[in-house]
Design a protein around this ligand. Structure first.
Ligand SMILES: Nc1nc2c(c(=O)[nH]1)N[C@H]1C(S)=C(S)[C@@H](COP(=O)(O)O)O[C@H]1N2
Ligand SMILES: [Mo]
Length: 336
């Protein structure tokens, strides 16, 4: 469903912040969000709100402001020269941090404020399934083993908006290496945290929580598959999917699962959150392709956050690197 409201990047800077204004808009949006629940899809429009981007304490407001993020020492990370230029300008952080999809905290776009409830320490990550040995790792212990770098990637949401973000993190392949999967493992399943008291969106029982996504082993070990811990040269704010989320830039944004707590190596293809909700609209592969429309809208072009509408490119422009992954799979629904 489409409700025409000004989007965040259409709002003047002066419309930003004041708490009073924010509450009023919240009330307004509350009603809208309820209405839009009728729509199935990663795709309800609502105007964003700006937010403060300093992490650590910012995670839960001023009361925690003294807490120092133990991962600060990894920032800013060395820029990977292969991904220093995405061919489009980097999207302003004020936009990308106030226009998010994070259904655990609500179905509207300005979930950034609700997402501040996400408690990112302590945080543990489980590695299980078809691995030599199951591991339960404290996030900072995991980080200590990983080579941090910065990559600027294009991000294309299935709702036909896009952005360019400097992500910090490490290749997913490095985590796979650490996991020591058995030779029979064919897929990597990734799962978001489950905590309905903290994330009130998870109280909505008609969604198949927790959020799940998956990749083939070939995709998971591909050079482009990236585990994100930070954005714009600092630890990621909660709404970006802190403390660890995926970014696979050649696929629609919903594949890039946030706030991961579990990596499971498996023989069977994982069924994702969106696939579970709407198998006729969302599939396993979800590779970007302008020629294959979503059942309810075209994928031919995209609206850049804060910018012009531009044509969409197959594999979001990463085809040279990833097209080979799909040789021999032409019978599959590769683009939904
Ligand atoms: N756990 C979880 N991961 C998620 C989502 C979500 O709702 N929950 N939304 C997805 C969608 S549809 C997109 S477009 C991106 C949005 O990432 P961003 O908010 O950092 O822009 O996160 C993806 N990962
Ligand atoms: Mo998305």
């Amino acid at each position: 469903m489409l409700i025409k409201v000004p989007r965040g990047w259409e709002l003047p800077e002066s419309a930003a912040t004041p708490e009073r204004l924010y509450l009023n808009r919240r009330a307004l949006l509350g009603g809208m969000a309820a209405g839009s629940l009728l729509a199935l899809g990663a795709c309800d429009q609502a105007p964003p709100e700006p937010r403060s981007t300093d992490l650590a304490g910012a995670a839960s407001g001023s009361s925690d402001a003294a807490v120092v993020d133990p991962s600060l020492k990894y920032y800013p990370a060395a820029k990977n020269p292969a991904y220093a230029d995405a061919g489009r300008p980097v999207t302003a952080e004020t936009l990308t941090s106030t226009y998010n999809n994070f259904y655990e905290f609500g179905t509207h776009k300005q979930v950034w404020s609700e997402a501040q409830a996400l408690k990112i320490r302590p945080w543990q990550v489980k590695i299980d399934g078809m691995v030599e040995e199951e591991q339960l790792l404290d996030i900072d212990a995991l980080f200590a083993k990983m080579p941090f770098e910065e990559r600027i990637y294009r991000h294309r949401c299935v709702e036909a908006w896009s952005m360019v973000v400097p992500w910090t993190g490490f290749p997913l392949a490095k985590l796979v290496e650490l996991a020591k999967p058995l030779s029979g493992a064919k897929y990597l399943r990734m799962e978001t945290f489950m905590n309905p008291r903290m994330a009130r969106g998870q109280q909505q029982s008609w969604y198949p929580w927790p959020y799940v996504e998956g990749l083939t082993m070939a995709e998971a070990t591909h050079e482009l598959a990236f585990l994100v811990t930070g954005v714009y040269g600092k630890p990621a704010a909660p709404q970006f999917g802190a403390p660890i989320r995926l970014h696979v830039p050649w696929k629609y944004g919903f594949k890039s699962v946030k706030s991961i707590v579990r990596f499971t190596f498996t023989e069977s293809r994982p069924r994702s959150f969106w696939e579970e909700l709407g198998p006729s609209e969302y599939g396993f592969w979800a590779n970007v392709n302008p020629e294959v429309p979503h059942p309810r809208w075209s994928q031919a072009s995209e609206e850049q956050l804060g910018g012009e509408r531009i044509p969409t490119v197959i594999y979001n422009g990463y085809g040279e690197q990833v097209a080979d992954l799909y040789k021999g799979l032409e019978g599959e629904a590769l683009y939904m």
